[in-house]
Structure formats: C-alpha cells, structure tokens
Design a protein around this ligand. Structure first.
Ligand code: FES
Length: 184
C-alpha cells in the first residue's frame, strides 16, 4: 500500500509590528523600540526576533537555545502573558502587534534577557531531585537500586516536567491583557 502525504497548504504571510521593551544597562532604564517583521503562520515570535537580530538590529539581546520548548531559556512576556517565544506563533495571537517585554520578577541584564542566578540558587537550595536514603551511597557506591512503582512515579512526575523557564515565577501584565477567568 502506498501512503501519499497530504499536500501542504501554502503558508500565510503577514507583516507584524514587534514592540520590544528593551533594557539599557548603561542608563539603567527601559525604552520601547518597534520593528516590522514578515512571518508566516508557521513561524514563532523567536523566529521574528532572530530575523530582527540578523537583518535589522544586531544589538537586540534575548536568550534562546533549543528552539523546541525544552531548554526553557526563551521565556518573555508576549502580549501581556509570560510565554516561551519559540512556542508562540504571532499568527495564533490574532493581532498584528506583538508586544515583547522581559520577564517580570527577574533583574534585567540587557533588553529582554534577565538574570536567573537567584532563581537557580533557590532551586538548588531545595534539592528538587530524588535523594537516596544515604547520600554517600548515592554519589559514591552505586551498588543497589531502588525500583519505583508507577504510583510512586506519578506522585512527582508533573514536577519532573518543569523546564525551569521561570514563566510561573513571572506575572501577568494586566495593563496589556486582562487576566482570563480560569474558573469559567
Ligand atoms: S529556545 Fe528552548 S524553550 Fe525556547
């Protein structure tokens, strides 16, 4: 049997205005800068920022790595909501104006890049990993193993999915987007 792939529909192109709240470390203050970017419905906010960086303004700073929602480094406030830039498509936001701000509750470094040192210090201090009965045994003589049951795994699995992006640590910008009623 031959399987034929369905034809890909043509991408929808749009021009977006990216309004970026940039932090100037020399002046210790923020300022807004606007850029015009053409993107398809398949491209993300991170793709737009990279187009700006590579083709328009090389001084724009932001953080990213994996580009697939795994490393957690591209967190920023997009249209008032903390989101991953590599997972957010401007087309899905339903507006031609995309506002981008650094995550709140983090010290700014430059433009949209923020300082995660304190966040990671706190994270390390609570030791959020499985600790064996004897720490010495854990790190020095791995002779026995403690198999886990499915029930034990389910008790912590949701926390193991955390990618430490800091989005839940940041907060909504009520001035731009009213918070949705999550209880509805
Ligand atoms: S670049 Fe890794 S989560 Fe977005």
């Amino acid at each position: 049997m031959t399987i034929t792939k369905p034809p890909l529909s043509a991408p929808i192109r749009r021009t977006y205005t990216f309004k970026v709240k940039r932090y100037d470390p020399e002046r210790g203050s923020y300022y807004w800068k606007e850029y015009s970017v053409e993107l398809t419905n398949h491209e993300t906010v991170l793709d737009g920022l990279l187009k700006i960086k590579w083709g328009v303004d090389a001084t724009l700073s932001f953080r990213y790595s994996c580009r697939m929602g795994i490393c957690g480094s591209c967190g920023m406030i997009i249209n008032g909501t903390p989101r991953l830039a590599c997972e957010t498509k401007p087309y899905d936001l339903g507006t031609d104006v995309i506002t981008i701000e650094p995550l709140s509750n983090f010290e700014p470094i430059k433009d949209v890049a923020t300082d995660f040192s304190e966040f990671f210090d706190k994270h390390r201090s609570i030791k959020p990993w499985l600790i064996r009965k004897d720490e010495k045994e854990q790190f020095e003589k791995l002779e026995s193993y403690y198999p886990q049951t499915e029930e034990q795994l389910n008790e912590y699995l949701e926390f193991a999915y955390c990618i430490k992006c800091g989005l839940c640590y940041s907060q909504y910008n009520f001035a731009i987007t009213p918070r949705p009623n999550l209880l509805k």
